[in-house]
Design a protein around this ligand. Structure first.
Ligand code: MEV
Length: 451
């Protein structure tokens, strides 16, 4: 064993009981094992059934990591009212979303439409033969795949979904011999990852048999080497648009700025995010503040959504803003087009007790409705951020929201809180400024503290 290692590795950890795992961890990695044990078990749910569900979502669980579950009310999307569940740890995101949603609620609300709902996956393989042989035989293979997968697809087909298209794609221009068997899916209200991956794995077996039978494997063309079969999280054809619009003159009540000035500055800010990846990344991060918070609250896969969104933002070869602003004929239109492969049945959506409540709060949406809700949240989040940036700057509002966290970190008593709040009513808030003011307050030379 290397000298730097201190023997804190273990075999059979996964076989220990939950309490046993926690005990081993606290004894080996913490200075106050008893205290930490008490603290981490304190985060376990009292309801054992709920705790079992959460533990079942991952492996080696020893405690729960809690994030705030918030609600942003006053969303009107396609003339329907919503209160949006959001799980996020960053102050001012939910306040900004609520504020912007309310702003647009008196200007026609938020509009949204689903453009397409195609999900895809591929059997990735290498073969050096003539690509036209594959396309010529595709209809026969298509039928065989559908037959071989009928047990897997029957329930989805009963709900109106299933395999919608099978095609070969020649990728030889990227890598010699590289080809894909690409399959398109309609997964109805489910995200459908397991459904898609099961079909792809089954299809790869059918592909191999078909290749053998067709005599495609020979000395000249080489073997068929199937590398992998997996869905793609890049779903540019699972796309939704959300937008807000109004006459420019209706853009009132924005700081002390005239409507025309605000519209022009807002438009330019979005243009900057369109042409400059440095700004586009932060601009899109603001969009995903809203998107991820709802995706997480509804038990969807935020890593898949993020990966896809950023790949889509770079689809032209340059990373760009996902939102667009147009000012035409005196009208302001701000829109967000984003790929969102979401589900409202299956997976975590029905398993996680809070995800179930989120979906109930949203009125049990279909996956298409959820796509619109999530896009609408991303849009108003983006509107709120850019609005602040081109008017007051974000720090004022952000630090005001962060104020409570600073007070908490500095162990401020209720009496001190009143004094600090009053003092910072019209001053710039920062951790250092609050600490320095507290030091003055607490100083023995402060006349208030003299006995
Ligand atoms: C902070 O989490 C998000 C913003 O930086 C987004 C933006 O700059 O547009 C405020």
């Amino acid at each position: 064993m290397s000298k730097e290692l201190s023997g804190k590795t273990v075999s059979g950890f996964s076989k220990l009981s939950k309490r046993g795992k926690l005990k081993w961890i606290v004894n080996n990695f913490f200075k106050d094992p008893e205290g930490v044990m008490k603290e981490l078990t304190g985060y376990w749910f009292q309801d054992e059934d709920n705790q079992k569900i959460i533990d079942g979502l991952s492996e080696n669980t020893i405690s729960n990591f809690v994030l705030p579950f918030s609600v942003a009310p006053n969303f009107i999307i396609n003339s329907r009212e919503y209160a949006i569940p959001m799980v996020i740890e960053e102050s001012s995101v939910v306040a900004a979303a609520s504020h912007a949603a309310k702003y647009w609620s008196t200007r026609g609300g938020i509009h949204a439409r689903v453009i397409s709902t195609v999900k895809e996956g591929s059997v990735y393989f290498f073969w050096h033969g003539d690509f036209s042989l594959l396309t010529a035989g595709l209809s026969g293979l298509d039928l065989r795949i559908r037959n071989a997968c009928s047990q897997l697809t029957s329930r989805m087909e009963a709900r109106g979904g299933g395999i919608t298209k099978i095609e070969f794609v020649d990728m030889g221009h990227e890598e010699a011999g590289y080809k894909k068997l690409n399959i398109h899916f309609d997964t109805c209200n489910s995200m459908g990852a397991n459904f898609i991956n099961s079909i792809l794995e089954q299809s790869s077996e059918v592909l191999r048999e078909w290749f053998d039978e067709q005599g495609f494997i020979n000395e000249q063309d080489g073997d068929l080497e199937i590398i992998m079969s997996i869905l793609t999280n890049y779903t540019p054809q699972c796309l939704v648009e959300a937008w807000v619009e109004c006459p420019v003159e209706d853009l009132t009540d924005i700081a002390d700025m005239k409507a025309e000035t605000f519209a022009r500055r807002f438009y330019k800010a979005v243009r900057i995010a369109t042409v400059d990846p440095y700004r586009a990344t932060t601009h899109n991060k603001g969009i995903f503040n809203g998107v991820d918070a709802v995706v997480l609250a509804t038990g969807n896969d935020f890593r898949a959504i993020e990966a896809c969104g950023h790949a889509y933002a770079a689809r032209t070869g340059q990373y760009q803003s996902l939102s667009t602003c147009i000012i035409e004929n005196g009208r302001f239109r701000f829109s967000l087009t984003v790929p969102l492969a979401l589900g409202t049945v299956g997976g975590l959506t029905n398993l996680h007790p809070m995800a179930r409540r989120s979906l109930e709060l949203l009125g049990q949406p279909t996956s298409e409705e959820l796509m619109k809700i999530v896009a609408a949240t991303g849009l108003v989040q983006n509107f709120a951020a850019v609005r602040s940036l081109v008017t007051t700057g974000i720090q004022k509002g952000h630090m005001r929201m962060h104020f409570q966290n600073i007070l908490w970190q500095l162990n401020v008593s209720p009496d001190e809180e009143a004094a600090v709040t009053e003092y910072f009513k019209d001053k710039t808030i920062s951790y250092a400024a609050v600490r320095s003011y507290l030091e003055q307050l607490r100083s023995p030379t402060n006349p208030v503290n003299e006995s």
